[in-house]
Design a protein around this ligand. Structure first.
Ligand SMILES: Nc1nc2c(ncn2[C@@H]2O[C@H](COP(=O)(O)OP(=O)(O)OP(=O)(O)O)[C@@H](O)[C@H]2O)c(=O)[nH]1
Length: 643
């Protein structure tokens, strides 16, 4: 379901603008970036006064694959990264500086930035791997992808402290709690601020939906769809990096599945995660942000299974004895520890036992029935109501012998009962049965985990196969098969809604000449660059794919019905590619494209006819001299020049 992007109100907007009025270097750099005639040298000189920004920028250009040599000059770094990214990085670092700490109770500012940095680096590396978007831009976006949390914590410190407290005991999402307490949420505020900071709308929208991508309504395979899923995966990686060890063991399969969705198998995904964590430590040092030492992904995968504690014959059993009668406690303790050799912990009522059990995770609880504060029955029910309390073997010690009482105890969840006074050999036999039960249970849980892991790996492989089957390997965009599938989907839904759709066939002009002049390897690079540059300006709902050698298809299910609305769609792409500088081995290659566009009309019987009409228009554009757009409409072919 699509929930339209909402942005925050004017008071919150004022806050976002006030962040930008930061003093010092940041302000000077931002002002210089606004000026049309500012040179890279001037901007580099300003950046030089901020050692953190300066070191990061040099680090960034050297780790990204933009530079072919080691870059040490700041003005070269500025020119490689580009002014928009410099502006975004300056804002990001200035925000880190201003909000390293704050007064909102329970808000861990250090952890927030640690998470944001990891997410930013994950976005940058995923961008490098998937070629979805310029990686430096992704880094800056990632750094600020959850900045709305800081903003809300700063504007409403008391309410935010209260909602953080509620979050600790609840599974409700933070955004839902924010809506309940503040009638807005961090995603709305983040979007407001990022628009205000001048980030491209397509990125802002993807960030807005990144926590629940399904709410975006982006069509599968489209550019915004890929972008929002990339950001979602980066957030999951950051959550994973900051999770506790036991939580990581649970999250690892889920993470592998997401890796599979972008076409990475377990090994390449693991390498990517290791690369991201290494970068996290390096950048954390530069930006003075704390990071967490993680084992290699491969180690985490292989050790996440044995984290289950296996009971062996040498395992010292932890037994929690719950008894209010001091004499009863002493004698039972003696039997359990001296005679049977168990490690015994004791509590004198159910309430005390419950909190002790949480700390020591006993294998067995031996509890008296009648006790003050919380009796054995209430303790059993409380334990069985929790996830961690399900596996504890509970033996009820009781003086009661009537059947009704025994049934009541089993209904509450005890595994066994022993009547007082305790008969030591019989008690030993029952504890032996408990030991067997526990072993079987652990073996079953282990099998379950193996099965889950196996299912996850299988799903990763399936996703990868599916991804590979629908992705063009050279350019990384959807291939002909994916395009035709998407076209049939768009055609059918246009039939149902009565809306029109437009398709464009896009063909690089004189591509053979490029191959002949520079060789096929350069031809491939040109294809990749053209595909990436068009994909970068694809809008919500549009689907762009490679359907042949140098031919691409764009599906625009945006209700475009006449020449007036169709031509601008195509002209935007044609002019964008024409302006593109393709520099290969210091040679600037000039590229142009021809576009044939067609609109679905009532006379067309199938999507195939629509593509044929676009093909006729493309042929006309080529014949008329190339580097132009032709439209097939009502059996006529018209050029955008005549419009
Ligand atoms: N490098 C490279 N070349 C390819 C690929 N697929 C097809 N080609 C080449 O693309 C060229 C297409 O040439 P033509 O169909 O004559 O078209 P053109 O030279 O672009 O001329 P017009 O379309 O008429 O402007 C051929 O030389 C193909 O070998 C590919 O994946 N990589």
């Amino acid at each position: 379901m699509n929930h339209a992007m909402r942005i925050a109100d004017s008071d919150q907007l004022k806050f976002s603008s006030s962040l930008l009025s930061s003093k010092g270097t940041a302000q000077a750099v931002l002002e210089a970036c606004q000026q049309k005639d500012a040179t890279n040298n001037e901007i580099a000189r300003l950046i030089q006064t901020d050692s953190v920004l300066c070191s990061y920028l040099i680090h960034l250009v050297n780790v990204s694959n933009q530079a072919t040599h080691v870059v040490t000059s700041l003005s070269e770094a500025v020119s490689l990264v580009g002014i928009p990214v410099i502006k975004q990085l300056t804002i990001g670092f200035s925000l880190i500086d201003q909000f390293r700490s704050g007064s909102t109770n329970g808000f861990d500012y250090q952890e927030f930035w640690s998470h944001s940095l990891l997410m930013a680096l994950a976005m940058q590396e995923l961008g490098k791997t998937t070629l979805i978007c310029a990686q430096d831009e992704l880094f800056a976006c990632g750094l600020m992808a959850r900045i709305g949390c800081i903003a809300l914590a700063t504007i409403y410190p008391n309410e935010y402290a209260a909602l953080i407290k509620q979050k600790q005991n609840s599974s409700i999402s933070i955004a839902t709690l924010e809506q309940q307490y503040l009638q807005t949420d961090h995603n709305e505020l983040t979007a407001t601020m990022l628009i205000d900071f001048g980030l491209p709308k397509i990125l802002v929208e993807a960030i807005y939906y990144h926590e629940v991508p399904a709410e975006s309504g982006f069509s599968e395979g489209s550019y915004p769809f890929q972008l929002v899923n990339l950001i979602h995966l980066a957030k999951q990686i950051a959550d994973f990096g900051l999770a506790s060890e036991s939580e990581r063991a649970v999250r690892i399969s889920e993470l592998m599945l997401l890796g599979g969705k972008i076409g990475l198998d377990t090994e390449s995904f693991g390498n990517l995660i290791d690369q991201i964590t290494q970068e996290w430590h390096a950048c954390g040092r530069i930006l003075q942000i704390k990071t967490v030492n993680l084992p290699s992904f491969h180690n985490m995968v292989s050790t996440s299974l044995p984290c289950l504690e296996m009971t062996t014959s040498d395992t010292p059993w932890r037994v929690l004895l719950v008894e209010d009668d001091p004499f009863g406690l002493e004698s039972a303790e003696e039997v359990l520890s001296d005679t049977l050799g168990y490690t015994v912990f004791s509590a004198t009522n159910g309430k005390q036992a419950l909190s002790l059990a949480m700390d020591i995770m006993p294998h067995v609880i031996v509890t008296d029935w009648a006790m003050p504060v919380m009796d054995g029955l209430a303790l059993t029910r409380a334990l069985r109501a929790t996830a961690w309390g399900q596996n504890i073997y509970i033996i009820m010690l009781t003086g009661y012998e009537d059947d009704k009482k025994i049934v009541e105890a089993f209904e509450a969840g005890v595994n066994d009962y022993v009547t007082k006074p305790v008969n030591v050999p019989a008690f030993r036999a029952r504890l032996h049965a408990a030991w067997h039960y526990r072993r079987l249970q652990e073996a079953w849980e282990r099998d379950q985990l193996h099965l889950k892991r196996f299912a996850a790996e299988l799903a990763v492989t399936n996703h990868k196969l599916k991804h590979d089957a629908l992705t063009d390997m050279l350019t990384g965009i959807p291939n002909r098969r994916a395009g035709m599938k998407a076209l049939t989907g768009a055609w059918n839904s246009a039939n149902r809604s009565g809306q029109s759709i437009a398709v464009m066939l896009i063909d690089i002009d004189h591509f053979k000449k490029i191959n002949d002049t520079y060789g096929h390897a350069i031809g491939d690079k040109v294809l990749k660059e053209v595909a990436t540059s068009i994909r970068n300006i694809t809008r919500k709902g549009e689907i762009f794919c490679r359907i042949g050698g140098e031919e691409f298809l764009m599906i625009c299910p945006n209700g475009c019905t006449d020449a007036k609305s169709a031509f601008p769609l195509a002209e935007r792409l044609r002019q964008h590619v024409k302006m593109q500088e393709i520099n290969i081995d210091e040679t600037r290659i000039q590229i142009s494209i021809s576009i044939g566009i067609a609109l679905k009309d009532a006379a067309m019987k199938s999507d195939e006819q629509l593509v044929k009409a676009a093909d006729r228009a493309l042929y006309a554009a080529k014949n008329a001299g190339r580097d132009r757009v032709y439209l097939a409409i009502e059996n006529k072919l018209i050029s955008s020049n005549f419009c």
